[in-house]
Design a protein around this ligand. Structure first.
Ligand code: PMP
Ligand code: GLU
Length: 387
């Protein structure tokens, strides 16, 4: 069978593949410590589950509008206005099958063959492949520890060509955990406006920040940048709803209509009763978000302490998300060699940095329980010391 050429341009998602492998090993009875996928170990808060169950009982089991339940679109717009200072109304919002699907649909709606999309590396691994699937060209801009893995305004300007369509900003970042300061975001916004670009701001980790780091939305910094911004987020991380597949995009009404048309021909609406869970997530008490964030903060502290005691591995404290992005260059191994050996010899699952465009790093997710963190870090320590 001859597959379409586009399939040859992309790779399977390594985060999903390694997480699935670790889960399968557990099922086989192997004692694996998985630091692989960025998936909170907490159950979805009870009031959110109760709202979805109630919606099921009330017969919310039919097709709905492709762009989402009106009540959820309004609730999302309200929360973007009050928490992010983004002046969106319900018609500026589309509910998508996870943040991933929103971004994918956005690429289909915006990117034409040959359009360039600027992606700072290290990047979340799906961005370049989504751009390729839409026929675009990912332009990877390397960052390093000297700028805290942040793209600078000069780098953004230098990467811009007449073919540049879009810049992807992800703060807090997966995989590095860096959070851009308000001044840094403002400086990038200035370049976006000056170069007449569009920016998609992936804010899925916005509620998971530490040590006083504050999240601001680039679109909140003035009319000109607001008009060039598409805001992307979802419920998976902050509300521990990964399997519900609930995310959203917010942008101009024309763009949201276009994305909705694409969605109408691909998935239709997101699972109707699940959307009622999302309404409860936004309208109910936010204590659950803070409780989980506090737990992540504790785990981050322990994991960093343990990591810093391992000779040869280095990692800057992340300001947000739930990952440690660890420099392994002193071991002399590639990230794939390191992660394969770690899983094989010590049954610890980690994601090789090559998946994120940084082969001298590995990523550990600390969205897992403290006992696994202690055990997994013991094993990582032994692994490195026995090299
Ligand atoms: N953006 C980033 C940066 C992510 O890490 C993820 C991880 N899942 C997503 C978007 C998409 O999340 P989901 O599709 O589960 O909402
Ligand atoms: N985004 C998470 C991660 O990076 C979940 C897996 C995925 O969708 O890539 O691990």
């Amino acid at each position: 069978m001859k597959l379409a050429a586009r399939v040859g341009k992309v790779k399977p998602s390594l985060t999903l593949a390694i997480a699935a492998k670790a889960k399968a090993m557990k099922v086989e009875g192997i004692d694996v410590c998985s630091f692989s996928a960025g998936e909170p170990d907490f159950d979805t808060p009870a009031h959110i589950k109760a709202a979805a169950k109630q919606a099921l009982d009330q017969g919310k089991t039919k097709y709905g509008p492709a762009a989402g339940e009106p009540k959820l679109r309004s609730a999302i717009a309200r929360s973007l206005r009050s928490e992010n200072k983004l002046d969106y109304q319900a018609e500026n919002v589309i509910v998508t099958n996870g943040g991933k699907h929103g971004l994918f649909n956005l690429m289909l709606a915006l990117i034409e063959a040959g359009d360039e999309v600027i992606i700072p590396a290290p990047y979340w691994l799906s961005y370049p492949d989504m751009v390729r699937l839409a026929g675009g060209v990912p332009i990877i801009v390397q960052t390093n520890a000297s700028t805290d893995y942040k793209i600078t305004p000069d780098q953004l300007r230098a990467a811009t060509t007449t073919n540049t369509k879009l810049f992807i900003l992800n703060s807090p970042s997966n995989p590095t955990g860096v959070v851009y300061t308000p001044a840094e975001i403002a400086a990038l916004a200035q370049v976006v406006v000056e170069q007449d670009l569009l920016v998609v701001s992936d804010e899925i980790y916005a509620k998971i920040v530490y040590d006083g780091a504050g999240h601001i939305s680039i679109g909140s910094l003035g009319k000109e940048i607001f008009e060039r911004t598409i805001t992307s987020s979802g419920f998976a991380k902050a509300y521990s709803m990964t399997g519900w597949r609930l995310g959203y995009l917010a942008g101009s009404t024309d763009l949201i209509k276009a994305v909705s048309t694409i969605q109408g021909h691909s998935t239709s609406n997101v699972c109707t009763f699940a959307q009622y869970g999302a309404i409860a997530a936004l309208e109910g008490s936010q204590d659950c978000v803070e409780q989980m964030r506090k737990a992540f903060a504790e785990r981050r502290k322990v994991m960093l302490e343990r990591l810093n005691a391992i000779p040869g591995l280095t990692c800057a404290p992340p300001d947000g998300a739930f990952y440690l992005f660890i420099n392994i260059s002193k071991t002399g191994m590639t990230s794939l060699e390191f992660c394969d050996a770690l899983l094989e010899q010590r049954q610890v699952a980690a994601i090789p940095g090559i998946a994120f465009g940084a082969d001298d790093h590995i990523r550990l997710s600390y969205a897992t329980d403290m006992a696994s963190i202690e055990k997994g870090m013991d094993r990582l320590d032994k692994f490195v010391r026995s090299m």
